[in-house]
Ligand binder design. Structure first.
Ligand SMILES: [Zn+2]
Length: 386
């Protein structure tokens, strides 16, 4: 009998022990949550919660929506004094990560724990990291949305038309096409654009945030022609990223920049001057060297862009668009630079270097005398991508 009573007591204790966290959880509740965007510097997440016992732990789980293969969820532990009612916040200092492009979507949820072991997880919510310092108007066509605040509807329509024709040109020459939506933020001036960035480069007239599907650029009606070329260039970077993204390898720089230059249209004379001079002086940069990031020195940088254009032009005009599409598709599978070229064209980087340079030597005789070199910092302005 005594044993039976002991057993019963034990069972009751176990039941009580097992059910107590559930009872506590029922009294643990979130009263309000909110966010405060302070573009481009920080984003604050706020929460108010209460329980019948002290709340001891509050965490925020958040992730950035971007093009990729694995979603990275980060976690922040919020500092506060344990209490039955807590109003607290966590400020995400974006200066420390170099900022986020306008319109980035951040998904988040709160986890709250109280002293009795009660635990609550809020449902997944999202916040748009908008640059609300300006009153944006929008224009959407297919997968492209233009955001602008300065200029008429026809100004935006002209940019849209130019962007759509650059997509058509890219598709015709390489088979590459837009897979994911792209946002284009047209700032009214360079200074407005610079003010949207945490660490702006002086020459950043346009930025491609390739993994975010976003372009930010400074265009007014006075530099619209420059803007159209820059948009064609940046759009190409975004689309080649969509076409080739893989966890193993990136595109060689000459291909990435060469496609972007090629899609802008014929090479500007300031670039051809550098190219012609290098051909005559026999000091072209090798394709193997152009596979790494380009030199920061202006003259070498000009030549690198010009050569990249020329290599892509050579590949497309000699071997056709289907081969270029096959090359991009091979890179999508994570191929090495030599491996991809060999699979599609039958030569590696050195082999390509040889046949491409031969084609240049053959045509150099017809090249006009070089124009005087003109330094145009604007050209470097769109070689900026991350
Ligand atoms: Zn570029």
């Amino acid at each position: 009998m005594f044993k039976k009573i002991l057993m019963l007591t034990l069972v009751l204790c176990l039941i009580l022990f097992c059910t107590s966290p559930v009872q506590a959880q029922n009294k643990l509740e979130v009263l309000t949550t909110s966010t405060e965007v302070n573009f481009p510097n920080d984003l604050t997440f706020k929460i108010s919660a209460q329980s019948d016992v002290k709340i001891t732990e509050i965490r925020l789980q958040y992730s950035i929506e971007l093009l990729g293969f694995a979603q990275v969820v980060s976690e922040a532990y919020v500092q506060f004094s344990p209490s039955t009612k807590v109003d607290t916040q966590w400020k995400w200092d974006l200066v420390r990560i170099g900022g986020l492009p306008p319109g980035t979507v951040i998904k988040y949820q709160w986890i709250i724990v109280d002293a009795s072991g009660g635990r609550l997880k809020t449902s997944l919510a999202e916040v748009n990291f908008d640059d609300s310092r300006f009153s944006w108007k929008t224009l959407t066509e297919d997968k492209i949305t233009i955001y602008w605040y300065d200029g008429t509807q026809s100004f935006a329509q002209e940019i849209m038309q130019s962007a759509q024709s650059s997509l058509a040109r890219l598709s015709e020459n390489t088979g590459a096409y837009i897979k994911e939506p792209i946002r284009m933020y047209i700032y009214g001036s360079d200074s407005d654009l610079l003010s949207s960035m945490i660490f702006p480069q002086e020459w950043s007239g346009g930025v491609a945030f390739t993994r975010y599907g976003c372009i930010a650029i400074g265009i007014s009606s006075s530099n619209l022609d420059w803007g159209k070329g820059a948009i064609a260039h940046e759009l190409t970077h975004l689309i080649t990223e969509q076409m080739t993204l893989n966890p193993y390898n990136e595109l060689p720089t000459w291909l990435d920049e060469g496609l972007a230059m090629y899609n802008e249209g014929p090479l500007d004379s300031s670039f051809t001057s550098y190219l012609n001079q290098a051909i005559k002086a026999n000091n072209l940069i090798s394709i193997r060297s152009l596979s790494s990031p380009f030199s920061a020195y202006a003259d070498k940088s000009y030549l690198s862009y010009a050569e990249s254009y020329s290599i892509v032009d050579f590949l497309i005009s000699t071997y056709g668009e289907n081969k270029m599409f096959a090359l991009l598709d091979t890179f999508r599978q994570g191929s090495t630079y030599d491996g991809a070229l060999h699979k599609v064209y039958g030569f590696d980087m050195d082999g390509l270097n040889t046949v491409w340079q031969k084609s240049l030597t053959a045509s150099v005789e017809t090249v006009q005398a070089s124009k005087p070199l003109v330094f145009e910092p604007a050209i470097l302005r769109w070689g900026y991508a991350w």
